[in-house]
Design a protein around this ligand. Structure first.
Ligand code: SAM
Ligand code: SF4
Length: 329
């Protein structure tokens, strides 16, 4: 059986596929306020995504996560889910969404075989939601979470980005909300992938700081051992019961040494890291008559060139030219 192993022995089994760069929010840590999206014809079709997935699965990819931009803006996304679930070798297809369109789509996604949903939500108060996302819609996200639950998504995760000077005031209320609603909350450190390039090391509100705020206000937490090597989050358990809260400390405690992820951008470029400064052009092969062996070779070349670590904070660190919404988070 083929495996996608890089020069540091890391085996890659997860492919993040971005289906669009469009979005119905404008989160300050991701997108610019004014944006020009890629022309539609540059985005891979469902058939093209399906073909890349078949090749990737034959090479050793086992799990797919659909993302964007906002993936639910891509028309008939459930059809793509159904197509990818059926690819031999793919064990799980999951999705990351801002939740705004879940009321309309949760049931169809569940029916298509989507295994898991992550919903990004940084605040449960409307003023903070608007400050962070530059849009309204909190009520729709909350209704979307409820719709996802009704559709049968049991292990719902909520992802929240932590940014100094922006999100401190939301942490406790969000954690209380997630405890009450039995949602698995994960705090993600702010990474230098915002289109506005406002990221500074000082703007990273670390997982440790978030944890100390939570412990001061809500009670003691204790860490659980990391059982899944590919999992970037470290989960902590409320000692008084009441579930888990996770921390993805991508900046202060990088998990590069156990990274098992590759990426395909909406415009058909393979990337071996969020912070990759090189891309491998699958779209040209797909549209230029390339065969499956050539696509597989391209994917292997992408894996082979993966660096040991992202290097944020080191003098040699270079910000990628594309922002998070253009890569696929
Ligand atoms: N639109 C969908 C959403 O928001 O869930 C999917 C795409 S979004 C780019 C994927 C994830 O990336 C979200 O959880 C978002 O919070 C996170 N994200 C975006 N920009 C980030 C940044 N600069 N640092 C850390 N996480 C970021
Ligand atoms: Fe859109 Fe997701 Fe980026 Fe927010 S984080 S602007 S919802 S792509």
């Amino acid at each position: 059986m083929s495996r996608l192993v890089d020069g540091f022995g890391r085996v890659h089994t997860d492919l993040r596929i971005s289906v669009t760069d469009r979005c119905n929010l404008r989160c300050t840590y991701c997108m610019p306020a004014e944006v020009v999206f890629r022309p539609r014809e540059e985005l891979l079709s469902f058939e093209e995504i399906g073909r890349v997935t078949k090749v990737a699965a034959a090479e050793g990819i086992r799990t797919i996560r659909l993302t964007g931009g906002e993936p639910l803006l891509r028309r008939d996304l459930a059809l793509l889910v159904r197509m990818l679930v059926a690819v031999p070798g793919i064990a799980e297809v999951s999705l990351t969404t801002n939740g705004l369109l879940l009321v309309e789509q949760a049931a169809a996604l569940a029916d298509a075989g989507l295994a898991r949903l992550n919903v990004s939500l940084d605040a449960v108060g409307e003023p903070a939601f608007e400050r962070i996302t530059r849009r309204t819609g909190l009520d729709r996200v909350l209704a979307g979470l409820a719709a996802a639950r009704r559709a049968g998504f049991a292990a719902l995760r909520v992802n929240a980005v932590s940014i100094r000077g922006l999100t401190e005031g939301e942490i406790v209320v969000l954690a209380e909300f997630c405890r009450r609603e039995d949602l698995h909350l994960r705090f993600i450190e702010f990474m230098p992938l915002d289109a506005d390039q406002a990221w500074r090391e000082t703007s990273v509100l670390s997982g440790a700081e978030v944890r100390s705020i939570l412990e001061r206000e809500l009670g003691r937490l204790e860490p659980l051992p990391v059982t899944d090597r590919g999992q970037p989050a470290v989960d902590w358990r409320w000692v008084d019961g009441g579930g888990l809260v996770g921390f993805i400390d991508a900046v202060t405690s990088p998990f590069c040494d156990r990274c098992d992820r590759l990426r395909l951008t909406a415009d058909g470029q393979f990337r071996n890291c969020l912070f990759s400064t090189t891309e491998w052009d699958a779209r040209s092969l797909l549209r230029g008559g390339g065969d499956d062996a050539e696509i597989a070779a391209l994917l292997r070349a992408c894996v082979g060139a993966k660096r040991a670590a992202h290097g944020i904070g080191s003098p040699a660190f270079e910000r990628p030219t594309r922002a998070m919404y253009q890569i696929g988070g």
